[in-house]
Design a protein around this ligand. Structure first.
Ligand code: HMG
Ligand code: MG
Length: 297
């Protein structure tokens, strides 16, 4: 099995969408440019959602236009519907991510649609993407628990992941949106999905709310997944998921993987510097343990 793990950096999107302080467009651009210089293969740049729902990313078009797209780095953006797709394409986006959840209650709050309606909404987006040669990632949220409905049935996660893959999502990211999962459950969930969707097409996305992020990632790496979402400095959360604190910190994921003898292509020192810079910008301490340890040393 390959020892290369592809880190999908979601800080500029998942991180910043939940920040109370709205940071400037120039700083967002600087963040993405700095991240793409660290060796990260994928930097999720922003979100073409309704600015009424997520005002923090209302400047998506300006951000995307402003970044220096580095060869070999992918810059996907979130797109909830055809309107978002049109806005993204206007500025030259070539890689999008659609998103839904395994929980009906969460979807209603997050995208004002049932699971079924959300998949119907994606159908024309998929059609247009295929015609335009745009690559599509799919997200399934609340795979290990929902802030509104509580328990989420693994069968629902499998069904939604399978549907996204069947519609043409080249990769499906399984999100523990509120970070309630624990390693054995995470592994069982991944195994169940991988019975229906090839493991090479799966990614895991953990929030560190209960401090389980790294443990969950390790369990999923052992199970065979090789794509991991994380956010520099551990920023993040979903505005429609109460209590969803930060994503697992990219610095800590990279440190763990390198410590296991796996490769990521990421320069940890450069990533730590970027995380420190971002924490300064946001005016608070980084959530990355690695960065804290290095600052103390
Ligand atoms: P709605 O209100 O049902 O939509 O929202 P609508 O179609 O009725 O439109 C309402 C208004 O929004 C209209 O404007 C539209 O033009 C506008 P008005 O006529 O009132 O002036 N609108 C848009 N404007 C710009 N771009 C668009 C767009 N679409 C409609 N794309 C909608 C439905 C899906 C749009 C809304 O619910 C929405 O934008 N939700 C996004 C919520 C969000 O971004 N959540 C966070 C991302 S998911 C996440 O974080 C989880 C993840 O990290 C994985 C994990 O952790 O599990 C991915
Ligand atoms: Mg998330």
């Amino acid at each position: 099995m390959s020892d290369f793990v592809r880190i999908v950096e979601v800080g500029p999107r998942d991180g910043l969408q939940n920040e109370k302080a709205i940071i400037s467009t120039a700083d967002k651009i600087a963040l993405i440019d700095r991240l793409s210089m660290t060796g990260l293969p994928v930097v999720e740049a922003t979100s073409f959602v309704s600015p009424k729902w997520v005002p923090q990313l209302a400047d998506a078009a300006d951000v995307y236009r402003g970044i220096s797209r580095r060869k070999g780095v992918d810059y996907p953006v979130l797109v909830p519907n055809l309107q978002g797709y049109g806005r993204a394409r206007e500025v030259g986006v070539t890689h999008i991510a659609v998103f839904t959840a395994a929980s009906e209650a969460f979807n209603r709050k997050n995208i004002n649609a049932s699971i079924e309606e959300s998949l119907e909404r994606f159908a024309p987006v998929m059609e247009r993407s295929q015609a335009d040669g745009v690559r599509v990632r799919g997200y399934v949220s609340t795979v290990l628990g929902c802030p509104y409905q509580g328990e989420v049935d693994v069968a629902d996660v499998v069904r939604v992941a399978k549907a996204l893959h069947a519609m043409g999502c080249e990769e499906v990211s399984l999100g523990d949106t509120i970070g309630v999962g624990t390693p054995v459950k995470a592994r069982q969930m991944l195994r169940a999905v991988a019975n229906e969707v090839p493991m090479q097409a799966l990614a895991v996305h953990f929030h560190d709310t209960y401090g389980q992020g790294l443990a969950n990632i390790l369990a999923c790496i052992e199970e065979g997944v090789r794509v991991v979402d994380s956010a520099v400095s551990g920023t993040g959360g979903c505005p429609y998921a109460k209590g969803a604190s930060g994503n697992v910190a990219s610095e800590d994921v990279v440190y763990m993987l390198h410590g296991m003898g796996m490769t990521t292509g990421v320069d940890l020192d450069a990533l730590v510097d970027t995380g420190r810079w971002l924490a300064g910008l946001l005016g608070r301490e980084t959530s990355s343990k690695v960065t804290r340890a290095r600052s103390a040393a």
